[in-house]
Design a protein around this ligand. Structure first.
Ligand code: MN
Length: 244
């Protein structure tokens, strides 16, 4: 059986080091690539483009979509002006990610969205974000751990009847945490299936679709040592084998 092709949404990197003054590179973090490979899929990096038709056509050749992390979502996309705590935004990439998501939903292929990807999914469905953690008065836990990417630092409580709990076989997962924004109002057809102990949204699912899981934490960075992260990536790649 052929291995499934997994599209990984790309980002750009401005390189001002070395011989180049201002070079724009297309890239994804290697952790995403490695995680897909180890789970039995063939990773296909989908390079960022402002050609949204091309982005959509790329989805036609893959069996699943992995939406990756990156910049803060442009707040005007959820009807808010930028507050002082927001970080760098990349509105053109929001449109690119929305186009990939729209095409993936049209084909009903499995979608796995991580960190910014989780936030993109929520905003795409009409939800909103806290632009910075202090704007959520209930947020008392450190979510920007600022050290070893794979290190598990906070607890995530998972809904027992969720796909996530079914996959990893437990309702408690100690995860890493690398975010300063979180989901606020939840978008259409999405359910919160994981929360940190302070109530911060850590996982979303669309239960109307065959496989649609989003995590605020970074299982791809935990994948080296964490059995739940391995299991989750395997479940995602296995689900894409059902796609015709
Ligand atoms: Mn967190």
């Amino acid at each position: 059986m052929k291995k499934p092709l997994i599209g990984i949404s790309g980002n750009t990197l401005r390189d001002t080091s070395g011989a180049y003054v201002d070079l724009i590179r297309s890239y994804v973090n290697q952790d995403y690539v490695r995680s897909i490979e180890e789970a039995g899929g063939i990773p296909i990096i989908i390079p960022f483009t402002e050609n949204l038709e091309q982005a959509k056509e790329t989805i036609d050749i893959v069996d699943g979509l992995l939406l990756t992390g990156g910049h803060d979502v442009y707040p005007l996309n959820y009807g808010e002006e930028p507050l002082r705590g927001i970080g760098d935004v990349f509105p053109e990439r929001d449109q690119f990610d929305f186009a990939l998501l729209a095409a993936a939903e049209a084909r009903n292929i499995p979608v796995f969205a991580i960190c910014r990807g989780c936030q993109i999914v929520n905003v795409y469905r009409g939800g909103s974000l806290y632009q910075d953690l202090p704007y959520d008065k209930n947020c008392t836990i450190k979510h920007s751990q600022n050290q070893t990417p794979s290190l598990p630092t906070h607890t995530v409580d998972i809904e027992p009847d969720s796909k996530l709990a079914q996959i990893i076989g437990t309702t408690t997962w100690i995860t890493n945490s690398h975010h300063h924004q979180t989901c606020r109002n939840i978008g259409e057809s999405l359910v919160v299936t994981g929360r940190a102990k302070d109530g911060t949204v850590e996982a979303l699912e669309d239960t109307n679709r065959p496989w649609f899981v989003a995590t605020q934490f970074h299982p791809e960075m935990m994948h080296v040592k964490d059995v739940h992260a391995k299991t989750l990536f395997k479940a995602f790649v296995d689900a894409t084998k059902e796609v015709n």
